[in-house]
Design a protein around this ligand. Structure first.
Ligand code: TYM
Length: 332
């Protein structure tokens, strides 16, 4: 039986962080043996904010290197740059004819961007979910490993797939967001508000490139209070976030120990944060060092991305040929 197809991407803006790891990359690595996987660096998506051309290549190579450092094996998956696959923008154009201005304007991530950057509400930002749908549908993916924040975008990809199928005949399966823990996750920031992010909450986000001392400094600054005064009391969100982060990087017994100390009011948050900081350092240091070594070997990264693009184009060219034919672009 053929393997199920998986697609996911990471935008090459800013540095990757624990949210990207636990929301997406950890799943990529677990999926690479059982599925037919296409993972890419979403460099076209990064252009909505007009990055300096000088930085683009280093950003793309860093995201690729960090993915490999986290355990992705380019022999097992297609790892490529989105802009190396011309079939993606072609499908994006075709899907744009099926995407309506009204629905795109209602997307919460679009509305957030309009609020954050009112002087740069470009058409690429509005049609961002259509490009994402093209990324996913170009390989006829059925599973899309993403964090909670991308759930609605995958739902839109499903809508566009259905619309195409209804109008032009069956071509695309319905892609579903995916996480091994069954629920999609949101890794919170350390300051008790919002999530870890490449462009916001920088001091409350742990990046995969952070050095040991910076990790310690950020964790020790996490918001806490003087501790619970009643047994088994409910946790404020900023405390439950610290437990959630500990659950991601620490041993289960460590989490249990601090949880019972919380429940019997003997917890000392300073000690808990020290422990969390050391566990984060132990988790991140090998990834950071491996990613740095890979980034120093540009020839190797070029080779990996080129080979990834060949694999991805093989699949993409079949899909775009079928889409063109079904639409009626089939003249000669
Ligand atoms: P991006 O680059 O912002 O994030 C990459 C992946 O990391 C996940 N993520 C998180 N998960 C949990 N907690 C967090 N704090 C957190 N922050 C980020 C994201 O959900 C994502 O899975 N538009 C996409 C990139 C993209 C894409 C695609 C993804 C382009 N085309 C097609 C899937 C399929 C983005 O900007 O993700």
């Amino acid at each position: 039986m053929s393997k199920e197809i998986v697609v996911s991407g990471i935008r090459s803006t800013g540095y990757l962080h624990l949210g990207n790891y636990f929301g997406a990359m950890k799943n990529y690595v677990k999926m690479q043996d059982e599925y037919d996987c296409y993972f890419f660096v979403a460099d076209y998506h990064s252009l909505t904010t007009h990055p300096d051309p000088k930085d683009l290549k280093a950003n793309v190579f860093r995201v690729a290197a960090e993915n490999i450092a986290c355990g992705l094996d380019p022999e097992k998956v297609a790892l490529y740059a989105q802009s190396d696959i011309p079939e993606i923008p072609e499908l994006y154009l075709l899907l744009n004819m099926l995407a309506y201005k009204g629905e795109l304007e209602k997307v919460p991530t679009f509305k957030d961007k309009v609020r954050q950057q009112p002087d740069n509400v470009n058409a690429g930002l509005l049609t961002y979910p259509v490009l994402m749908a093209a990324d996913v549908l170009i390989h006829k993916a059925v599973k899309v490993p993403v964090g909670k924040d991308q759930e609605q975008h995958v739902e839109m990809a499903r809508n566009f797939a259905n619309r195409f199928n209804h109008r032009y005949g069956e071509l695309f399966p319905e892609p579903q967001p995916f996480n091994f823990g069954s629920e999609l996750i949101k890794v919170p920031s350390l300051d008790g508000t919002g999530k870890m992010s490449k462009s916001e909450n920088l001091n409350a986000t742990i990046y995969l490139a952070d050095d040991d001392d910076l990790i310690r400094k950020k964790v020790m600054k996490a918001k806490t209070d003087s501790g619970p005064t009643e047994h088994n009391s409910e946790m404020p969100e900023y405390i439950s976030n610290i437990f959630l982060l500990m659950h991601l990087v620490s041993r289960q017994e460590t989490v249990e120990t601090y949880r019972s100390m919380y429940n019997n009011c003997t917890i000392r948050y300073g000690d808990m944060k020290k422990q969390l900081a050391e566990d984060m350092v132990a988790f991140i240091a090998p990834i950071r060092d491996k990613a740095a070594a890979l980034q120093a070997d540009e020839d190797q990264l070029k080779k990996i991305l080129k080979e990834g693009a060949i694999k991805a184009r093989e699949s993409a060219s079949k899909t775009i040929a079928a889409a063109r034919k079904q639409i009626g672009i089939n003249y000669y």
